[in-house]
Design a protein around this ligand. Sequence first.
Ligand SMILES: Cc1cc2nc3c(=O)[nH]c(=O)nc-3n(C[C@H](O)[C@H](O)[C@H](O)COP(=O)(O)OP(=O)(O)OC[C@H]3O[C@@H](n4cnc5c(N)ncnc54)[C@H](O)[C@@H]3O)c2cc1C
Length: 420
Amino acid sequence: MDRYDVAIAGGGIIGLTIAYELCTRGFRVAVLDGTDARMASSYGNAGYVSPSLGPLSMNAREAEETARYLASIGSTSAARYVEAKMSSEYTRIGMPIIRSMALEGRDWYARMSSILGFVYRHAGMLEVYLTRDELERRVEHIRHLASALNIPYRILTRDEIHALEPTVNDACEGALLYPDDAFVNPRSVMKALRDALTALDAVFLGNLESIEWDGATKATTTIAAVAEDDDNSKRRVRSFKIAGASVYADTYVVCTGAYRVEGLDLPVAPARGYMLELLPKDRESSLMPKHTILCGEHRVAISVHEGLRITALFELCSIGSAMVKENFTKLLEWSRKYIALGDVVVVDRWTGYRPCTPDGLPIIGRVSDGDDYGDSNLIVACGHCRLGITLAPATARFVASLVEGRDDVPDAIKPNRYGL
Ligand SMILES: Cc1cc2nc3c(=O)[nH]c(=O)nc-3n(C[C@H](O)[C@H](O)[C@H](O)COP(=O)(O)OP(=O)(O)OC[C@H]3O[C@@H](n4cnc5c(N)ncnc54)[C@H](O)[C@@H]3O)c2cc1C
């Protein structure tokens, strides 16, 4: 089997942008992923490219719930986090990092949309409220953070909303407009990246089945545990095993989103989200929103792709557990309170898993070789939760610089904060 410069497990938005960044820098890359595109969170998300973070990013409560959930299913690193009550660190250390990664992401999508040929629009995001009280509560909630992070927003009256976005219902009493925000069509971005990678001679292979470690005797163990158990030799990845074959590379990257990889105790929990895609029955006369719209009270995100895409809910759960079918009906009911949907046909129903971490920050960097932190030939890039589309380009730049031998990754998002 061929040897690659970099083997990447996971072909969601994170894996594909990393692969693209590496290929354009001259590396020979293999991407390992299965054949079902719908498994990726990158398939059914809302496509918000959101430097305003506030409306979208994981809040402190969700981060705490994630930490508790992971601890309850036996993640030792997450249990340490729960004990140390680290989640408040998220706002202090994490938000400025995420904000600058998000701005970088938006600039990348704006630049690359015409080069790669995907749908990108920068029209701002409207967070619409049914009642004035809720809008005021929200403003109170985001005011300090927005000022600290220099996130612009405007408060709109009912008349101003309707002048700007006629699809919003008269019943809505106010909104916040975040002018920084843009959106992409996730389906077109994923296709454009795959096409570009094929043209750049990247190789697509099947799923990663297991990691083969140099010198390790056990297949299922954490890197840290191997280092304690075994002799003192350095622990490095020897190959990625796929069905019936080994894939060899100089550097290995794991970015499988919310999906666990045997042998890595990454503290990433799946939080299920629901997506409905709708087409108006009468496409001629129906109005499509110009902005992405977040339905304030219900936290439902609406965006225009081939049709209207509606996404919502945050359910911490195990992969493959039963979803709640009635939630799709709720998505539709909630959306109708905010915008005039008219007669619609449902063309797609989907659920997918946001990859969530206990402190709400992604995990990006080299993992320990059992001796020194950050010294192995294995890089991880996961845990982007609600912002994976937004943060993918900056993540790809960080990973590419690691592969080239530099380390630009901010300490707050490195894997060693979890002892990895
Ligand atoms: C409803 C919803 C709405 C969202 N809206 C937005 C939004 O508007 N803006 C935004 O920025 N983010 C949004 N997100 C979050 C965003 O979708 C995720 O953060 C992002 O897609 C994560 O990308 P990823 O590549 O890490 O994971 P994924 O996209 O899940 O990709 C992981 C890939 O790894 C593959 N895989 C799994 N196991 C293996 C294995 N063993 N070997 C090889 N491959 C494997 C899977 O098949 C999959 O293709 C939303 C998420 C949801 C669920």
